[in-house]
Write a protein that binds this ligand. Structure first.
Ligand code: CU
Length: 131
């Protein structure tokens, strides 16, 4: 009987996958920049053939704010957008991006970056690291 219990325990141990499962959705803390007050959250969800990105910020205002995924981190971001997202308006934006997976993003260094406006791309108002 003792032997059986031990065997079952060993079987259970092997049934647990060695690597932890890839997440299907992550939540990102978006941090206000340059006095914008645009703190908030973003989610990146794996979808079929791509990802779905949802951004929700405070104090967004009604100006369309260009929003992208950039290579790098919020502290050291590559200025060229890597993946375009829908503009954030009133603090909200929802985008589908084809041809990229959440696990690809998590393997590299990427950040979601929100710009002040189409005419002031150089001022960043909110950023969150994808991790
Ligand atoms: Cu950008």
């Amino acid at each position: 009987m003792k032997q059986l219990a031990l065997t079952l325990m060993l079987l259970a141990a092997f049934a647990i996958p060695a690597a932890s499962q890839e997440p299907t959705s992550i939540t990102i803390k978006m941090q206000a920049l340059n006095g914008s007050g645009e703190d908030g959250m973003a989610t990146v969800t794996q979808a079929s053939g791509g990802i779905f990105v949802s951004v929700a910020l405070q104090n967004g205002g009604d100006v369309s704010q260009p929003t992208h995924i950039h290579i790098g981190t919020c502290g050291a971001i590559n200025k060229a957008p890597e993946y375009a997202l829908r503009d954030t308006v009133d603090g909200k934006g929802e985008s589908s991006v084809a041809g990229v997976s959440l696990s690809d993003l998590l393997k590299g260094h990427y950040a979601i970056n929100v710009h002040k406006s189409g005419t002031d791309l150089g001022t960043y108002v909110s950023c969150g690291n994808i991790r």
